[in-house]
Design a binder for this molecule. Structure first.
Ligand SMILES: [Zn+2]
Length: 242
């Protein structure tokens, strides 16, 4: 690799702006968390954050995201070109660029392979069904985007329409894409996606099917969004993924 490893002691702060240093550290922490929580294994997944100058910090190609250090991250522009002599960006960078292009409000993207959520899409279970009140009130549901070939332009294009109206989605047979106002916000949605899938999985196993809440119950829950001051994207309110 052509990039220089910082001198000892420099890695924690590095030759970066205060904002870039903070985001690099946050990317390492959230990457480790995804790994510890089994949302990614090996070199799976990728995480990124948008700086205030519009450039992107993203996990590098082939890296294990549970063991990142701040100088391991790639720094790219919105065309995916490196803007320093640091590491090469992830092969799935296109997913991130589409999310940032379609959503000017988004400052962080977390792509992972949460096992229960992905398994549910393989099994053909619709995670958009309104069943769990917490999910109905916040993100609404979790849309599934069509199967697309990783490593090709097909993959980022497959999420373009859905990411406009949902903060979380599952790419069929592959993995999740969660976006947010910051890395913790995007990670929070990944946590919600996998926890929801686990609960629905258990219910499905016990009962052999899933019953959505009746429309009146869903309407009552959605009416509480205003009272709770929730204004983010909600797939039930905006018919996302339908
Ligand atoms: Zn992936």
């Amino acid at each position: 690799m052509s990039y220089q490893v910082p001198f000892e002691g420099e890695a924690a702060r590095g030759p970066w702006s205060e904002e870039a240093t903070r985001l690099r550290q946050a990317l390492c922490r959230i990457g480790a968390l995804c790994y510890q929580r089994n949302y990614i294994v090996g070199a799976d997944g990728n995480l990124s954050a948008r700086l205030s100058d519009g450039t992107i910090l993203i996990t590098p190609a082939g890296a294990m995201k549970g063991f990142l250090e701040p100088h391991h991250l790639a720094h790219i522009d919105m065309q995916g070109h490196s803007i320093d002599d640091g590491p090469r960006c992830s092969s799935e960078t296109g997913i991130h660029l589409v999310a940032y292009t379609e959503r000017p409000d988004v400052r962080a993207v977390v792509h992972a392979h949460p096992p229960h959520a992905v398994a549910m899409t393989i099994a053909g279970v619709d995670l958009l069904l309104p069943i769990i009140p917490e999910i109905v009130v916040t993100i609404g549901g979790i849309p599934t985007t069509p199967m697309a070939t990783p490593g090709t332009a097909e993959l980022p294009e497959s999420i373009r329409t859905t990411i406009r109206c949902s903060d979380a989605l599952i790419m069929k047979n592959h993995g999740s894409v969660c976006v947010g106002a910051n890395l913790l916000d995007a990670y929070k949605k990944l946590d919600m996606v996998e926890h929801t899938a686990k609960i629905l999985w258990l219910a499905y196993m016990v009962r052999g099917g899933l019953d959505p809440l009746p429309p009146e119950a869903v309407a009552k829950l959605l009416a509480t969004r205003k009272l709770l001051g929730l204004s983010g994207h909600n797939t039930l309110e905006n018919s996302c993924g339908r």
